[in-house]
Design a protein around this ligand. Structure first.
Ligand code: NAP
Length: 327
């Protein structure tokens, strides 16, 4: 195994929570053990992390909370930082390499912390043109957008409706669908319509001013980032899809009847769940470095303001992403 020259501490600063509940349950402690990298894992000194709704949902006792068996629990998936320990001498991610990636969706480890141990196949070199905070905001959301478009088999010329196009996943999905040559229709509230156009949406719909389906010509696919959590957005989407078209329901929790309703509507319905995948991340890196894809940060909070950061994301109207700087 190879490691950087500087000695590493045994404990680190991290955000933890002792019991599921509101954002105020998050606290900082410097008594968390630095994770030990096993097998093909890479140890990374984290400089920035980012929030995703799975973090806030799980902290609140929903999301994947049932998979968390030990408290206090760490939290967070996204990270950007510098490799301090590689699995072996010839490994491509040697100490000193600036990287970004996502931890598998949480069981016990988390990235709101000074170190993470992550499988090699979940990490890629950081895009040269991004800061650590910008880079940390990319992996989970961009790979979700990529995977959802793949699941929908989006092709050039297709009409694609993307709900919540201004959010973390949505702002990547709009750009990536436009890059694939799709005709992108995105929903958002009035203050985000220009933003959606800048990302590449050909049509924008203010969902607060009218029903999105009113006057909308049929679409080949829907990337549903809302489900039925708001005004039956998911169910209503089935009515705008051409026969044999597809809907990808990304937040699965709010719409248990999804599969049956999609089948009844003559539509192919599928969920999508993101997995860390360095090969996808490397393709995302190439698009970012060639200025074809950008990440938008709504805010960056220092780790000590993690409670405020969670409350901001939970308000449900983040434009782009919220990043966390790690001391
Ligand atoms: N299955 C998976 O692997 C996976 C992965 C990532 C995310 N997810 C899920 O996907 C969902 C989206 O994630 P995210 O990170 O993109 O969330 P996010 O960043 O919190 O989304 C915020 C955006 O949602 C928009 N929005 C809120 N209500 C809306 C509505 N009724 N119609 C249209 N837009 C609306 C807001 O725009 P306005 O301010 O303009 O309203 C805001 O820009 C979450 O439920 C998340 O848990 C699942």
């Amino acid at each position: 195994m190879t490691s950087a020259d500087s000695p590493r501490p045994h404990t680190m600063l991290a955000a933890v929570y002792d019991t599921p509940g509101p954002a105020q349950n998050l606290r900082l402690t410097d008594e968390v053990s630095v994770p030990f990298a096993l097998s093909d894992e890479v140890l990374v000194r984290v400089h920035a992390s980012a929030l995703n709704p799975i973090d806030t949902k799980t902290r609140a006792g929903r999301g994947v909370a049932s998979g968390i068996v030990r408290y206090p629990a760490l939290i967070g998936s996204d990270f950007a930082g510098v490799v301090v320990r590689a699995p072996y001498e010839a490994h491509p991610l040697q100490p000193g390499t600036e990287v970004y990636g996502m931890l598998p969706v949480p069981r016990v480890s988390g990235s709101y912390a000074q170190y993470v141990a992550a499988p090699s196949l979940s990490i890629a070199p950081k895009p040269d043109n991004l800061s650590f905070t910008e880079a940390a905001a990319v992996p989970l959301a961009a790979m979700t957008a990529w995977g959802a478009l793949d699941a929908a088999e989006i092709e050039s010329g297709q009409r694609v409706l993307i709900h919540a196009g201004a959010g973390g996943v949505g702002h990547f999905a709009v750009q990536l669908a436009a890059l694939r040559g799709a005709h992108v229709i995105a929903t958002g509230s009035a203050h985000n319509l220009d933003f959606l156009r800048e990302l590449g949406a050909a049509e924008v719909i203010d969902y607060t001013a009218r029903n999105f389906e009113d006057g909308l010509a049929p679409v080949d696919a829907v990337i549903d980032l809302i489900g039925n959590v708001h005004a039956n957005t998911g169910s209503r989407s089935l009515g705008v899809i051409v026969e044999g078209g597809v809907i990808v329901n990304v937040p699965s929790g709010s719409w248990p009847e999804f599969a049956a309703e999609a089948e009844a509507a003559g539509v192919r319905g599928t969920h999508y769940k993101v997995s860390p995948d360095a090969r996808v991340l490397e393709q995302i890196t190439a698009l970012i470095e060639s200025d074809q894809l950008r990440v938008v940060l709504a805010d960056t909070y220092p780790l000590e303001r993690i409670v405020e950061a969670h409350e901001a994301l939970e308000a449900g109207h983040t434009r782009g992403k919220i990043a966390i700087s790690i001391p």
